[in-house]
Write a protein that binds this ligand. Sequence first.
Ligand code: FAD
Length: 412
Amino acid sequence: MSSETLDRNAPVIVVGAGQAGFTVCSKLRDLGHSGPISLIGDEEQPPYQRPPLSKGYLLGEMTQERMLFRPLAFYDQKEIQLKLGTRVEHIDRNRREVRLGDGSVLPYGYLVLATGSRPRVLNKDQGGALDGIYYVRSMADTNKMAPEFKPGRHVLVIGGGYIGLEAAAVSAKLGLRVTLIESAPRILQRVASTETACFFRDLHRNHAVDIREGVEFATLTGQDGRVTHAHMKDGSVLAVDFVIVGIGIHPNTELAQEAGLEIENGIKVDANCRTSDPFILAAGDCASFPWKGNRIRLESVGNAIDQGEAAARTIVQASDGYKAKPWFWSDQFDIKLQIVGLAGGHDSAVTRRLSQNALSIWYYRGEELLAVDAINQPAAYMVAKRLIEAGKSPEPKAVADLDVDLKSLLHS
Ligand code: FAD
């Protein structure tokens, strides 16, 4: 054992009871870790899935109970000490202790930071302090917003990323009038290709969502403290009943930064999820990690699970290095988008279209397949995932040819 490695059953404290934090704890037990494990989260609910907050849960189709990863009894069974409604305020790296919001101090062997991220918010000058403005990050956020969803009301969605588009789709399904504004020239500018963005723009417009791209929002104004109007930089004004803001997130790095850990677009970790302190690891939305000679940070369930598992393996000394296998999904109206890989840097794209609403878009850099967006095409997603994981790149011509069976590409 090196001076930077502890006993494989050393006490572990995990900060943040979200997807990554939950995964670290349950994986540790799966791997036979028998020491004390504490999972400390500042939300009131036991760890739950976040994606339905802008999908099924917002639609009212899922109960709170179904959102939980596991019932409360699981934590007792696994001897995971779950502390909810509690913030970790400070890390003392010399003493290897954390201080909680209630003033108590807990010692750790390993500390895992799984603090996630938080929405970017509108500032006071933009009218951000008015009532009737909502963000979609937590169950509490969605619960607070739910009474606003009454048919015929007008909701303005600010931001054309996945969360804004999903919230717009739910609002339209519930009979609201929806306007979505995006300041970039197109929706999904940061996260998806032009092809995929065009598909979703058409989808929304076909469901009467008023999508306005290249429109810069200036300020919200209101009456009696509640939002009533949105003013754009071009001088146009919209009367609104309420506003949903989805303009991106900030990784929660402050706790790590204050403890002197290295930060680089997130808490900087190596391929084993270790931060610049060998006894502190990080995983999920808050962590940036090495990827193909660069450093990236992903905001997805798949990444939070894979990194959470990798952090657990590092602690029990079974690490095989974290190799990200990015995947993502989004549900809007009756469309399921599944993405595998990262399309950034692609120089060509080929579309395999089965019908108007069933297609896949394959992204290449040179001859290398980088990523695939599968729209109502689970079979294409599965094949693409296996190809990308195996480092195989089928000929674009074969991909576009509907006479070629997709599965045959696996053996080419
Ligand atoms: P989080 O889930 O954010 O958990 C971090 C937790 O740590 C939070 O509870 C936070 O309050 C807590 N915390 C922070 N600081 C402290 C502290 N000091 N003390 C105690 N607790 C603290 N991903 C997909 O792949 N597909 C989707 O369709 C999808 N849809 C989404 C829809 C919505 C509305 C949202 C919000 C996210 C969606 N995501 C989706 C993203 C995905 O949910 C996140 O990437 C994932 O939850 C990240 O997990 P995490 O554990 O890193 O962070």
